[in-house]
Design a protein around this ligand. Structure first.
Ligand code: 3PG
Ligand code: MG
Length: 347
């Protein structure tokens, strides 16, 4: 696999550059719950400005809106980005998913994004598994280059693609179940153990589509309703009362997952174990984060929510690589070609 052509080799002086970043950050009460992805986008923007670009326009999607929706406006993200990169040559576009043509990889939308711009830099590793107008179609119109974050992600995650030190433990959770199961099916075969928590565990338990053994939660923190202040109870999974919801893995499972992860020489963790934004359901994710950080070998954490958890607990420096990719990291590790990367010519 060759490397995509790098922004470091682009001639950007006096040019107007379109940058696709992944600024799809977790939101909370109208604000940004974790700015990791925004900070991760900064080095490429600074490089372009340092190299004398005339204008640097950044675009990204945010959330999964069905059209224009003020709840998914880029305004708070733009505000944070401008604090980090206070340069008047910076332009920030509105959420690319406000336009239905984004997700259909529509050429006319890509032309609008490319209009009056000279080159395109894709730094959105987290979105590289999406063949959308701002990640793929636009690369047919403007000369495309890979951003610094995209390059680094490919390099670090690439280490997991080759021979890995074993045991290799994979931990997966989170809410985007439909995106992840198929990927796990292919990736799981390579791992010595696959631990599944979060919403995904429920689906796998009901109807396991995976053709290898997985380790599922034994107990759960049950909640009377989907609310931060719901009544809670720790129960064995089969004893979940009718109408109650399992919103975190229970203490027995925390201990079990923790032991298995700590035995790993290589670990990849993607997706929280429960609704960790709410304190009563944060312990499972915290336990996994701590175990991953304790691994002496190569540890990688991916996905915006897991990354947020790792930051909140203060463990970033104990993890080998904190990836900005969730689904993209999984697909890359599965060995799939990422459309956003494939659209950039090799160096
Ligand atoms: C992510 O958060 O994994 C990426 O930003 C992609 O978002 P999506 O799953 O909504 O396409
Ligand atoms: Mg460590």
């Amino acid at each position: 696999m060759g490397r995509p052509r790098s922004v470091r080799d682009a001639d950007v002086a006096g040019k107007r550059v379109l940058v696709r970043a992944d600024l799809n950050v977790p939101l909370e009460a109208g604000g940004i719950a974790d700015d990791t992805r925004i900070r991760a986008a900064v080095p490429t923007l600074e490089l372009l400005l340092d190299y004398g670009a005339e204008e640097v326009t950044v675009c990204s999607h945010l959330g999964r809106p069905d059209g224009p929706d003020p709840a998914f406006s880029m305004a708070p993200v733009e505000g944070r980005l401008r604090e980090l990169v206070p340069d008047e040559r910076l332009v920030v576009l509105e959420n690319t998913r406000f336009d239905p043509r984004e997700k259909t990889n529509d050429e006319s939308f890509a032309r609008e994004l490319a209009d009056e711009r000279d080159l395109y830099v894709n730094d959105a590793f987290g979105s590289a598994h999406r063949a959308h107008a701002s990640t793929v179609a636009v690369a047919e119109i403007l000369p495309p280059y890979a951003g610094l974050l995209l390059e680094r992600e490919l390099e670090e995650l690439g280490k997991l693609l080759g021979e890995v030190e074993r045991p290799f433990v994979l931990v997966s959770g989170g809410a985007k179940v439909e995106d992840k199961l198929g990927v796990l099916q292919n990736l799981g075969g390579k791992a010595d153990q696959v631990l599944i928590g979060g919403k995904m565990a429920e689906e796998v338990r009901e109807d396991n589509p995976l053709d290898f053994d997985v380790v599922l939660p034994r107990d759960v923190v049950a909640a009377s309703a989907f609310a931060a202040d719901a009544e809670t109870r720790v129960v064995a999974y089969e004893q979940l009362p009718d109408g109650w919801l399992g919103l975190d893995i229970g203490p027995e499972t925390r201990a079990d997952f923790g032991t298995r992860v700590r035995q790993a020489e290589t670990v990849f963790w993607n997706g929280p174990m429960g609704v960790f934004e709410w304190a009563p359901f944060a312990e499972g994710t915290k336990a996994v984060a701590e175990a991953v950080a304790d691994v002496d070998g190569f540890s990688v954490v991916g996905g915006a929510d897991s990354v947020r958890a790792v930051h909140e607990i203060g463990l970033v420096n104990d993890i080998s690589w904190v990836s900005t990719g969730g689904g993209a990291a999984l697909e890359f590790l599965e060995g799939k070609e990422l459309p956003g990367v494939a659209a950039i010519p090799e160096a």
